[in-house]
Design a protein around this ligand. Structure first.
Ligand code: KG4
Ligand code: ZN
Length: 339
């Protein structure tokens, strides 16, 4: 069964085709980074317009590279939320129309389910059950995952998401957009231990997070008299270490509480090398395994949506209602059901 996946929830237009027997047949991605860079962040209206501009061409290109015709598609999967309403509507409108024209089902997919299942696309996929650490620009959550659609929320951020903390801190340090990767690159040139930054909620009971105080702590350092921009790399390293310390401690505690040994890391911040090194080291000490998506599938992409759609479609899921263009900009992952 061949499923076309469409991702337009934020600032990346992603299209892919997943075949339930042959695997990923092709995927294309267009990043809007250059478009939004001048504004220092994503401008929702510009994002929607750019998705409209590029989506049809990307679909054509993906079909060509996968050597697949429209007539061969068995279903169309698209991100229906969470995300920017206008951006989501572009993908939803396109996918529902295409499904109607081809007389195949159009399946609305939860963006975070796409991220969460994306490590299953890698060469060494994890088996269920596992704990998922979802760390993106909009979410920081720990989930107990017992199967597709069986997600129990263990803890989440009470304020900023980890990626958001990276982005906001990068901005206040004068780095460009997108901030996360730039701050991480700067941190790689720095030395940990010069700035005493807090580890918010690290020792608190439970598995919730809080990152907004960390950003404020960095703001206090850079706005104090005597701040020397030559120390920026060291400050970036200490910021990154603080985020990683907290993510690592809570992820290990989640495994312990659930009595599980497999941790799956997904979402844009999962691309952070320091996070990977620290999680791998903690896991190794305790005889646990950590799984990541392939590097190119860490950030938003169409492959994870095609894949989640294919798993659900193959398990018998069909649209509940007549075709309609509906999106859910806010959508708790734990509300999902098994297919
Ligand atoms: O999953 P994603 O592509 O989009 C959302 O669904 O949010 O995640 C994007 C987030 C951004 O906040 C970005 O700054 C962050 O992931 N990010 C990183 C790194 N690469 C991307 N944060 C830290 N280190 C990185 N290497
Ligand atoms: Zn994402």
């Amino acid at each position: 069964m061949k499923v076309l996946g469409i991702e337009t929830s934020c600032d990346e237009t992603g299209v892919a085709i997943y075949d339930t027997t042959q695997g990923l047949l092709g995927h294309t991605l267009h990043s809007q980074v250059d478009l939004h860079a001048a504004y220092g962040g994503v401008v929702p209206e510009l994002a929607s317009r750019d998705h409209i501009r590029l989506l049809p061409a990307l679909v054509r290109q993906t079909l060509e590279s996968a050597r697949c015709s429209l007539a061969e598609l068995d279903a169309v999967a698209y991100t229906a939320g969470p995300g920017l309403a206008g951006a989501l509507l572009v993908g939803a409108g396109y996918a529902e129309s295409l499904g109607l024209a081809l007389r195949v089902p159009a399946l609305p997919i939860h963006h975070l389910e796409g991220h969460l299942l994306s490590p299953l696309l890698s060469r060494d996929p994890p088996e269920f059950p596992f704990v998922a650490l979802l760390v993106s620009g909009g979410h920081t959550q720990l989930m107990e995952v017992t199967g597709v659609g069986a997600y129990r929320l263990l803890g989440e951020t009470l304020d900023d998401a980890a990626g958001e903390a990276f982005d906001k801190t990068a901005k206040l340090m004068g780095l460009g957009y997108p901030g996360g990767p730039q701050l991480a690159a700067l941190a790689a040139a720095g030395r940990v231990g010069r700035f005493a930054l807090p580890r918010p909620m690290m020792r608190a009971a439970g598995l919730d997070f809080s990152f907004s105080g960390l950003k404020t702590a960095v703001l206090n350092v850079v706005s104090a008299p005597g701040w020397d921009a030559a120390d920026a790399a060291d400050l970036a390293a200490d910021f990154q270490e603080a985020v990683v310390d907290v993510l690592c401690a809570k992820a290990m505690r989640a495994l312990e509480l659930c009595g599980l040994s497999r941790l799956v890391v997904a979402g844009g911040v999962g691309a952070n090398l320091r996070l990977r090194v620290r999680l791998d080291a903690s896991a190794r000490r305790k005889g646990r395994q950590v799984y990541y998506p392939e590097p190119e599938l860490c950030t938003d992409n169409g492959a994870m949506i095609a894949f989640a759609g294919a798993l659900r479609f193959a398990a018998g899921e069909r649209p509940h209602a007549a075709p309609a263009v509906r999106v859910r900009p806010r959508w708790p992952l734990a509300e999902l059901q098994r297919p």
